[in-house]
Design a protein around this ligand. Structure first.
Ligand code: MLC
Ligand code: AMP
Length: 495
């Protein structure tokens, strides 16, 4: 029987606790049993989902993990949806991926019921699935497609990044080895589970290793600090925005409370930052407060994690270290030459078994994203005394805010639907907490008025919270280049 290694490893962990929640604990055996029942239900009258896309909308927890594993065990391609997505965003993901079923919890059903009816998609509520007698599940070879994650880029609409089970396994194994994941590890999971950081680096690595996850529906500062001060964790992973917020929260605590929390943070065996640049000042402040040296790493939905500071050895503020196990990286200059010397900047290209299979239904874009087998990341870097340092992205149309990658073009396309907006240009402006914040410069339709508050209110039905502009600049005309094409306004214009 060919079975995914994640599943066969789970069998060996049996009664060990996989998920710890306030209500109750769940063992690996329970996840296996329930995911087998769910798989039987998703299969209905077929023997194999044969790479059909199955979308699911569930918060971090037993329902999410068992659904994800059930889709995999039934031979489907798992497509996690964003819990805060708007209806147009959900509709795009479902139609673009050609999903055939949507799985959700009773609590989230209202978000997708009408949509599924309109798109004629089978909708299953997880709570309605009975525990069924074992059904023979299909054999799953590792070269099958396993997951689609939607990622924003330099195109107006997000692209579906498809990974095979072999890609997923390579991404997990690389991190388990590099960061020395152990069965005794305990980690909180508060990052969204429609992105690779939460799915692979936290959930999948932990469950691969026999470790225990404490899932939360979202990041809540007081809850997390409370659990840290109880010594609940051994490993902690977050985006830079969360470390900035943690520093602010600790500074607002009484000395006694602060000392307790800091003492517990200092005992963790590993704290990691990634998904966006961690300012060296934040890295240093965290060390000063807790004695912990954050381990910063660099990755991308298409490639998994690629570069990392070492688990043992120097964790350098402002740098992302060296290629992880199973990953090859190189830099190429704008002229197309390979960088051979330290100090020379180039675009990062990555190769290895963790690199994705394809952009869904986009063979041309997939082909153009590779240079002789190396994935072209769009990020610039330089190597300094052996460590890569990220210098930024090549495209101004990509914004990183709170660890989310956003497309300026996608946001512009939505904003142009606003009746008062004639033209607009979206840009990421630097922000100490969010890394970048979405800002928009607009030219209004004659006679119309617009405030940031009314724009934000209008955006709520169109865009997820983190994509909604936080700053608005009304201009008589947008800047244009010599060819008459709109260019982005200067960041200083927004302040
Ligand atoms: C929310 N707010 C923002 C914002 N997001 N303001 C500016 N910029 C943003 N991006 C505002 C809201 O409008 C609201 O304001 C207030 O903050 C609280 O909103 P929230 O939604 O409750 O935010 P919060 O829960 O605090 O979210 C912060 C966060 C979240 C950091 C926890 O953004 C997050 O989970 N980010 C992680 C994303 C991630 O996992 N990325 C990995 C992608 S994979 P008001 O005024 O209404 O109260 C990847 C590859 C790799 O990148 O390398 O890992
Ligand atoms: P995503 O497409 O959401 O997977 O985001 C991937 C992008 O996040 C990369 O292309 C980088 O631009 C950015 N990124 C991830 N980790 C880091 C890091 N440590 N430093 C700077 N940028 C990062």
């Amino acid at each position: 029987m060919i079975e995914l290694e994640l599943i066969s490893r789970a069998r060996s962990y049996g009664d060990k606790i996989a998920l710890h929640t306030e209500a109750r604990d769940y063992t690996y055996a329970e996840i296996l049993d329930r995911s087998a029942s769910l798989a039987a239900s998703f299969l209905k009258n077929t023997d194999d989902l044969a790479e059909a896309r199955i979308a699911f909308l569930a918060p971090a927890g037993f329902a999410y993990i068992t659904t994800q594993w059930a889709i995999w065990r039934a031979g489907g391609v798992a497509m996690p949806l964003c819990l805060s997505a708007t209806e147009p965003e959900l509709e795009y993901a479902l139609t673009n991926s050609e999903s055939i079923q949507v799985i959700t919890t009773r609590e989230n059903a209202a978000k997708v019921t009408d949509l599924c009816a309109r798109l004629n998609l089978r909708l299953t509520l997880i709570e309605d699935v009975d525990d069924t007698p074992e059904k023979t599940l299909p054999e799953i070879s590792s070269n099958r497609r396993g997951m689609i994650l939607y990622t924003s880029g330099t195109t107006s609409k997000p692209k579906g990044v498809v990974t095979t089970h072999a890609n997923i396994q390579a991404q997990i194994e690389s991190l388990v080895e590099a960061w020395e994941w152990q069965a005794m590890d305990r980690i909180p999971l508060f990052l969204p589970l429609h992105h690779i950081h939460g799915i692979i680096n936290i959930a999948s690595c932990a469950l691969w290793s026999g470790a225990s996850i404490e899932p939360f529906p979202h990041f809540d500062m007081e809850t997390i600090l409370g659990r840290v001060s109880e010594g609940a964790y051994t490993v902690f992973m977050a985006v830079p925005t969360i470390y900035v917020k943690l520093i602010q929260a600790l500074e607002s605590k009484s000395e006694e409370e602060r000392e307790t929390i800091i003492h517990e943070f200092s005992k963790l065996r590993l704290m990691i930052s990634g998904s966006a640049a961690l300012p060296a000042s934040v890295h240093e402040k965290w060390t000063e407060l807790t004695g912990q040296k954050l381990l910063e790493r660099y990755g991308m939905t298409e490639i998994g994690m690629a570069l990392s500071n070492p688990f043992h050895g120097e964790r350098r503020p402002g740098a992302v270290g060296q290629p992880l196990p199973k990953v090859e990286a190189r830099l190429k200059t704008e002229e197309g030459d390979l960088v051979t010397e330290e100090g020379e900047a180039g675009e990062i290209q990555v190769r290895g078994p963790g690199v994705f299979h394809e952009y869904w239904n986009k063979p041309g874009v997939t082909k153009d994203s590779f240079d002789d087998g190396w994935f072209i990341t769009g990020d610039m870097a330089v190597i300094e005394t052996g460590y890569y340092r990220i210098m930024g992205r090549l495209s101004v149309d990509i914004i990183k805010s709170g660890g989310y990658k956003l497309s300026a073009l996608e946001i512009e396309a939505s904003l142009l639907l606003h009746p008062a907006i004639d033209e607009c240009a979206v840009i990421g402006v630097n922000d100490d907490t969010w890394g970048e914040m979405v800002a928009v410069a607009t030219v209004l339709v004659e006679g119309k008025e617009l405030t940031i508050d009314s724009l934000r209110e209008w955006c709520r039905d169109q865009l997820s919270t983190y994509k909604i502009p936080k700053r608005l600049l009304v201009m008589d005309s947008l800047p244009r280049n010599a060819m008459g094409k709109v260019t982005k306004p200067a960041i200083r214009d927004f302040f």
